[in-house]
Design a protein around this ligand. Structure first.
Ligand code: NAD
Ligand code: DAU
Length: 354
């Protein structure tokens, strides 16, 4: 049997960002054994990894990070030297309608992984690393000016961001108290292939294609900073290998868009791709009741990552958005697969009474 230079456990690897991270590591590091631990919730889908599932350096483990016994059993058996932790409940709207699931997975799940890593690493930190993936939403909401830096005080304002903030604090506490070799990053909004169509961009692509209303929350004035998902995966690789232990790195696209401006751009691109008359898709825009506690603006200062590790986003937004639209239009079977079943009930609860 082949021996590997490192066993790397990636949690949440069947989700949107996780699947890009798994694919990146499986392809770039054939001498690492990549273990993908995922519960396969509604957001996890092994179809996302079809192209690498036969790779000899890849294994899938179906497990729930909230199940402490199972997490300890897997760590004792597989003894990963590295952990990249992405598994989470990730959708803000779902955290408003059902906060408890976020507490279990995002907080209890994280502490189970921290405790299991501590147990098997037994204070011998040489060659070990626990990398926690977090979000810019922990910093709260910006006004019209300013950027989130790594020193911005935490001010989470949704159950999702509060649960992520809590997990970030636990990871830092395990570093300071026990010496666990942890590193963290906080990233802005990602977009790209395999994103579950509950999030703005894939939801709107799907609705435009099906001539369904485009539910814009409030006045569409909120601002997000968009990053192509593969640029995030590259940043994760750099931080995992070269980031300084105990440090946090902000990752962002330097690419701020007011929602309505982004939506108009997307409508124009879809008109072009679907051969529709210019202006057809934007007729689907429907202003609906705002998201409760809707953060106005997120924008990231990623200069620390750029300066220390030489990372920069590689794609212009126009390019990334075109790649994304083309991917969704070419992968209707994937979209239909993930939007059948439970998704219909979610969609009715979330939008039909707005
Ligand atoms: P996602 O919802 O697409 O995927 C989450 C994955 O975690 C799924 O595969 C799901 O099955 C798995 N999972 C959920 N609960 C689990 C449990 N209890 N045990 C094991 N696996 C479980 O999420 P995403 O958008 O890919 O986000 C991944 C990570 O990146 C999250 O930690 C999120 O907070 C963070 N993040 C996301 C964004 C973004 O724009 N999507 C931006 C910054 C940070
Ligand atoms: O900033 C990073 C975060 O980005 C991640 O931590 C989260 O996991 C990820 O879901 C994302 O959070 P947002 O709430 O910013 O993303 P979402 O795609 O849900 O919404 C983007 C913006 O679009 C936001 O201002 C709300 C708005 N929106 C969203 C939906 C789903 C609408 O106007 N209508 C919609 O139907």
């Amino acid at each position: 049997m082949k021996s590997y230079s490192k066993t790397l456990l990636i949690t949440g690897g069947a989700g949107f960002i996780g699947s890009h991270v798994v694919r990146h590591f499986v392809r770039l590091y054939p001498d690492y054994l990549i273990l993908n631990l995922d519960k396969l919730t509604y957001a996890g889908n092994l179809e996302n990894l079809r192209d690498i599932e036969q790779a000899t350096n890849y294994r899938f483990l179906r497990a729930d990070i909230v199940d402490e016994t199972e997490v300890f059993r897997l760590f004792r058996e597989l003894r990963p030297e590295g952990v990249i932790h992405l598994a989470a409940e990730s959708h803000v709207d779902r955290s408003i309608s059902n906060p408890n699931a976020f507490i279990f997975t995002n907080i209890v799940g994280t502490i189970n992984l921290l405790n299991a890593a501590r147990e098997i690493w037994k204070d011998d930190w040489e060659g070990k690393r626990f990398y926690h993936i977090s979000t810019d939403e922990v910093y709260g909401s910006l006004g019209e000016e300013g950027l989130f830096t790594e020193r911005t005080a935490y001010d989470p304002r949704s159950p999702y961001s509060a649960s992520k903030a809590s997990s970030d604090h636990l990871v830092r506490a395990y570093h300071h108290t026990f010496g666990l070799p942890a590193v963290l990053s906080n990233c802005s909004n990602n977009y790209g292939p395999y994103q579950f169509p509950e999030k703005l961009i894939p939801l709107f692509i799907n609705n435009i294609r099906n001539n369904k209303p485009l539910p814009v929350y409030g006045k569409g004035e909120n601002v997000r900073d968009w990053l192509y998902v593969e640029d995030h995966a590259r940043a994760i690789d750099l931080i995992f290998h070269q980031g300084r232990i105990g440090e946090t790195y902000n990752i962002g696209g330097n690419n701020e868009w007011q929602n309505i401006a982004l939506i108009l751009k997307l409508c124009a691109l879809m008109d072009d791709r679907l051969g529709r008359k210019a202006g057809d898709s934007e007729k689907l825009i429907t202003y609906v009741k705002d998201r409760a506690g809707h953060d106005l603006r997120y924008a990231i200062d990623s200069s620390k990552l750029q300066r220390e590790l030489g990372w920069a986003p590689s794609l212009q937004f126009e390019e990334g958005l075109a790649l994304t639209v083309d991917w969704y239009l070419a992968n209707q079977a994937w979209l239909e697969g993930v939007t059948s079943g439970d998704y219909q009930h979610y969609y009715e609860r979330q939008y039909l009474q707005r």
